[in-house]
Design a protein around this ligand. Sequence first.
Ligand code: ADP
Ligand code: ADP
Length: 225
Amino acid sequence: APLVSIRRVSKQFANGTIAVRDVDLDLGAGEFVSLLGPSGCGKSTLLRMIAGLGSPSTGTIDWPGAGEDKAGRDLGFVFQDPTLMPWANALSNVMLPLVLKHVPKREAEERAAQMLALVGLKGFEKSYPRELSGGMKMRVSIARALVMRPKILLMDEPFAALDEITRHRLNDDLLNLWWRERFTAVFVTHSVFESVYLSQRIVVMAARPGRVMADLDVSAPYPRD
Ligand code: ADP
Ligand code: ADP
């Protein structure tokens, strides 16, 4: 069964804007999918509905692959703005979801430190957001989104505000992280390059706003090293 099953989903906002129209989409466990399209075509709205941030006007979003366990739905969300707590160091920022779930402090610290190491920030546990570069703050944000080990990581143009070199490094490291951990990744972008570089599958939203125009298999015919 797919992890997420989207059936005939549309979204009309209170002001009359129809942001998403009649979308059918299955997300398989372990896939890396890009949602590609120009600004305003409804990518964010669709991603947010998958996250449960706003419900569809019509249609359904089900989680058949998550099992009966509601915790199995757990997801991580990464926004374009890393939205870190400025008064807390990197470790405390990553610990937040664990603390909210009442994971004991010692264990939370260990898991957060492991996650920081996985995103390449070993040694920066005590650094405050203001001491970190944009790319490093984004790494902290990704670590925080993954620290609960969610089945799915939803990312809304996470690297769009970063310079090109930082962006390439983050693309590489995200890909390696996914390769190792095998969560389902859904990556919203308006960059064709980024979508081809990162994903196995590209869902194109465009032209007639809110619709899925194409669903492309772009998996490489060779394993990545
Ligand atoms: P992006 O191109 O990065 O997705 P947008 O300008 O489309 O940025 O949207 C940024 C944020 O503003 C989103 O959270 C979106 O939901 C919200 N937003 C966009 N358009 C409107 C609108 N017409 N009214 C209210 N909120 C909006
Ligand atoms: P994208 O992520 O592809 O840039 P969005 O999903 O942010 O597109 O927006 C799709 C359309 O819905 C745009 O026309 C946007 O202005 C509009 N929109 C987004 N959020 C809102 C909102 N909260 N209220 C009204 N219109 C919105």
